[in-house]
Design a protein around this ligand. Sequence first.
Ligand code: SF4
Length: 230
Amino acid sequence: MFFTNCPLRCAWCHNPEAFALCGSGHEDEEKKVRMVTIRGLLKEVERDVAYYDRSGGGVTLSGGEPLVQARFVERFLTACRKRDLHAAVDTSGAVPVEFIEMAAELGDLILYDLKSIDDGIHREWTGKGNGLILGNLERLNELDVDVWIRLPMIPGVNDDAETLEKTVRFLRKTRFRRVSVLPYHRIGEGKYAGFGLDYRLVGVDPHPPERITEIRRMFADAGFDSHVGS
Ligand code: SF4
């Protein structure tokens, strides 16, 4: 399930609704936001329980940034735990550390996005530096929860050898070994103009599949359980 709102402004975000919907003045788009109660959401989730049981899956809270609505997430995760429902939280990490600690305590899995290990690049392409994000990841390293690292791979932004090597060095100091390389795509590009936003990556082509495989292998060679995609 997708939550609206996000503290970051990644230039490649394929959900610009996440930061453009609420208060955007785009009435049609704002109508797509649905207010839900914990009880209502649980009802929807429980309809899929048989499927989760068969597939070994569960609920993923994504966005936008779900932890922007931390109190709601806290109550929802508590309810999932009581029902023995597997719950994952997909976070940008750009939130106060106590929200991360709460998700680690109540969730079963944290999907943690790392946009760039370089503070300047991070600031330039997401609107914020990465200090809070790396600090929260270090805190997660001390906690008892499964964490999968997700690395959006954006051509010309964070895919150079030096940045990748720095990322490997940083992650090797942690206990996290599952890494997903997320190839850049242009699915969101067409939405930007509709929101009156500039798409900064016009003309940037996705990596050829061989380059993504090469990056995945580089992480595998460094001892990571590396994947392409989720
Ligand atoms: S963190 Fe995710 S939802 Fe937020 S702007 Fe970046 S890509 Fe979009």
